[in-house]
Design a protein around this ligand. Structure first.
Ligand code: PNS
Length: 158
């Protein structure tokens, strides 16, 4: 049985994240989507809401679960018997930092990192940009699930 983790801040989950999670769920037996608890980073959505939105967005995928973690990702992997970290790669610009993290994580434990190329229609997509555009009144429909769109509208008073 191969259990993998898709880690991130997911503030909020986008269709780009879901593309990677969905494809990982076809490749591996179990996928744990792990939301980073980062008290030093101000998030738009609480940890509970980020996890709830993710759970709703992945409810049709029986081998996907949602969890959270604090501290090092490699410790989460050891504690949860995770054999690989799955990351999406949007562009070459992602690669340097992702490679560095993959190598550091591999140096800390024997956990491997598997990169999945983001589908081209999502290669520009990032939670930070979704928030910026939604805040400015721009249209982010099609980039996030409808219930995330509704929450963004509420948060930004639209
Ligand atoms: O969605 P993000 O914010 O780009 O995700 C980044 C994340 C959570 C995958 C990364 O920051 C992470 O793994 N943080 C956990 C702390 C850790 O293990 N740091 C060492 C990385 S080599």
């Amino acid at each position: 049985m191969t259990r993998v983790v898709c880690p991130g801040s997911f503030d909020p989950v986008t269709n780009g994240h879901l593309d990677i999670v969905r494809r990982a769920s076809r490749l591996f037996d179990e996928v744990v989507v792990a939301v980073l608890v980062n008290e030093s980073k101000k998030s738009l959505f609480s940890l509970e809401e980020r996890m709830d939105l993710l759970a709703r967005a992945t409810s049709d995928l029986p081998n996907v679960s949602v969890d959270s973690f604090q501290g090092l990702l490699v410790d989460f992997c050891t504690e949860h018997d995770v054999s690989a970290i799955v990351k999406g790669l949007r562009a070459v610009s992602d690669f340097d930092y992702e490679l560095q993290m993959a190598q550091m994580n591999g140096n800390l434990t024997d956990v491997d990192t598997v990169f999945i190329p983001t589908s081209p229609e999502y290669s520009f997509l990032a939670s930070s940009l979704v928030k910026e555009v939604a805040k400015g009144g721009g249209d982010v429909s099609g980039l996030v699930p409808d219930f995330v769109l509704a929450r963004l509208d509420e948060v930004f008073g639209r």
